[in-house]
Design a protein around this ligand. Structure first.
Ligand SMILES: [Zn+2]
Length: 282
């Protein structure tokens, strides 16, 4: 288990804020309530933002309600097909270095865990966040996909964790940790003991404090790009920071998740000429 390293300071190349600035949107304009509407595990469900559609929308990862049909749910979901900056993507080709000042300031917190039918969502009560060039992005929740949604140079992995953050203006920043099959992850082992077997409401995690930092690599080396939520309504203007070096999970850990949730990865989306930036810690 890694030690928590709150207040690490890394000199990274940057950009991120230029990618998220100026959307002018508030969080509740694009964060449907997962508990009522069964959608958008990326949304800040814990904040209780309600969907404005007023209808329960069903979607899946295959078949007639699968990713190719998400846009047909109408309204804001149209961007799932029409958008030019959708996620996930294969991160490949030339990357451009930029630098930024990044401080990871996560801390241990009580949390809830939920099987929302699409993924397992962990919502810390007060888990801290990450500060980039003075702009604080608060950790809202994290959840998992198996197999991974992103690929790096064509390489997908067995599991991918998404740490969803928002700043005070509602801009999304999602930090992604990919994991190959290998040694079991000890932090995940603790968490996996509490996997809810059936979809339902969030339940408190007993006897377990969650520190997001413990579930992240010890490096400060990311690929950064501008993308979208990977679940309906596929909202764009999301800054993605994907750790360039995967962690490992055991085959049993990945299997346990897939048995519960099933494959839950949206297919790769076209890059449409987007820049991939490289942020390397000192
Ligand atoms: Zn996700």
């Amino acid at each position: 288990m890694k030690m928590s390293r709150a207040h690490r300071i890394v000199a990274v190349s940057l950009l991120a804020l230029s990618l998220v600035a100026c959307s002018g949107k508030k969080a509740d304009e694009h964060a449907p309530d997962a508990t009522e509407h069964g959608s958008a595990e990326h949304g800040a469900a814990a904040a209780g933002h309600g969907s404005e559609t007023g209808a329960v929308q069903h979607w899946t990862y295959s078949g007639n309600e699968g990713p190719a049909h998400w846009a047909q749910m109408g309204g804001p979901n149209a961007v799932c097909s029409a958008g030019q900056r959708q996620s996930p993507v294969d991160i490949s080709g030339n990357t451009r270095n930029m630098s930024s000042h990044m401080v990871m300031a996560y801390h241990a917190s009580t949390a809830t865990i939920q099987n929302n039918g699409h993924t397992i969502v962990v919502t810390p009560k007060d888990g801290g966040g990450v500060e980039i060039d003075g702009n604080l992005f608060t950790l809202k929740q994290f959840h998992f996909h198996s197999p991974s949604e992103h690929a790096i140079n064509g390489h997908a992995t067995a599991l991918e964790a998404h740490f969803v953050h928002q700043d005070a203006k509602g801009h999304y920043l999602v930090i992604s940790v990919m994991s190959d099959i290998g040694a079991a992850d000890p932090m995940l082992a603790s968490l996996w003991t509490y996997l809810p077997s059936d979809p339902g409401q969030p339940v408190p995690l007993p006897d377990l404090l969650i520190n997001a930092q413990d579930l992240m690599p010890g490096t400060e080396d990311f690929y950064v790009y501008s993308g979208s939520l990977t679940t309906p309504p596929c909202t764009e203007e999301v800054t993605w920071m994907v750790f360039s070096s995967p962690l490992t999970v055991s085959a049993e850990q990945a299997d346990a998740f897939q048995r519960l949730i099933g494959p839950n990865a949206r297919p790769l989306q076209p890059a449409h000429g987007r820049d991939f930036l490289h942020m390397a810690g000192s």
